[in-house]
Design a binder for this molecule. Sequence first.
Ligand code: NAD
Length: 474
Amino acid sequence: APKDADAPIKIQSYRFEDLTAVQRKELLKRPALRTEQVMDICRPILRAVKTGGDAALLELTEKFDKAKLSTPVRHPPFVDDAVMAKIKPEVKVAIDIAYNNIHKFHKAQKTTFGNKKAASTGANGVVEAIEGEEDGVLEVETMPGVVCRRFARPIESVGLYVPGGSAVLPSTALMLGVPAQVARCPTVVLATPPRPDGSISPEVLYCAEKVGATAILCAGGAQAVAAMAYGTETCPKVDKIVGPGNQFVTAAKMLVQNETDAIVSIDMPAGPSEVLVVADEEADPAFVASDLLSQAEHGPDSQVVLVGIALSDAQLEAIEAEVDKQARALPRVDVVRQAIDKSVTLIVPTREAAIEWSNAYAPEHLILQTANPEELVKSVTNAGSVFVGQWSPESCGDYMSGTNHSLPTAAYAKSYSGVNVGTFEKCITSQSLTREGLKGFGQNVVDLAMCEGLQAHAMAVKIRLDRLQEGVSA
Ligand code: NAD
């Protein structure tokens, strides 16, 4: 309505000192989601695919995505000259650079399992890429003759959900596909909803090809999650489902992970995207506003938070004027308006108070537009990804720099990491004891086992200690 269009696009602002403890707690909350309702919509969809397989999947794809397909799964190669001709040259270049940077940063993560080799760096200080079976082996001799190891193995079959309902998201295909490729997962199913004509965007196909996906599942929403969790005639069953999506995708992931006959895990419960920007008096109001809006355009449920460090009224008004001006020029201004309605500006007295608030909020994205931003990073305890200084807008991390953009939302950054190579691996431990190792602490094991009343445990050691004793007396 024209009246709405005239209303100022303004974030509600508060001063920290004016708030009661209860009000502060309220401001840390995210906008409520209708999780139970959405789960009730998803349950019958999951059941339909579980029992009906491909036929049910195709029916649901026709219902929700208006696409009539003869089969839901495509196999490589996903691109040919005709597909490549549909990708703008500058977009292909951008995808190639993004792929290289994401690959570089995630390949270096292969070394973070703490082994000796991993700690070594090449001549120019660059961490050496480590190839082969022995990636990330951690080995410790805890007592003489007792060697404990930890080693990573790829998850054998993974499903990557690339949203496709309202936008084309090749960047998400890269963010999920590259770490799976670096982890060397043998089966990688990339699921994405088809367009009404049954096609998949050429940019997503190109990314699927680059990351070495082994199949594309042309389906979206809860039905795609079900097909990957249970498997169908044509879709491989996966061991883990990773990736963002709307509330139906998220609810379906949460439901299947609790099902004992699916045996599938998920990366994290994902909610609407969010950003917290910390700005001080020196921050450029136009930069601050653009960062807030780049998140607000994600969806009506997105929340943006501005934490101003002792901002003057003039600086706050300058930022608010920029938000209003820039928002009006955006094609997604209606989405932005809804997100801004759920958003908050909080003026705090000090840098310490700003980071304390941010840590309590645990934002998916944290942007620091302050003096000495690197200094502030040291105090960050909860955040998905941090953007340090005024020349590091979130958009660079969303696409190009190399960090992952699939990150924990809704304060889950308190306990979850964003998608990384470890998301696609699991760690196995092993131990090798020599005779001396067993003799060294065998009696201690027996004593603890007896303390816990587990005689068979004690026996498994005693029988060996006795054998070693016989060996000595023989
Ligand atoms: P989507 O692929 O997540 O969902 C499309 C599917 O939703 C459809 O195939 C359909 O099956 C299902 N669906 C739609 N309406 C339904 C209904 N009424 N009942 C049952 N199922 C229904 O695409 P989207 O909807 O465009 O959502 C994309 C989401 O992904 C957004 O919320 C966006 O914020 C999020 N996203 C997040 C990140 C991130 O890194 N955090 C990145 C990209 C996208």
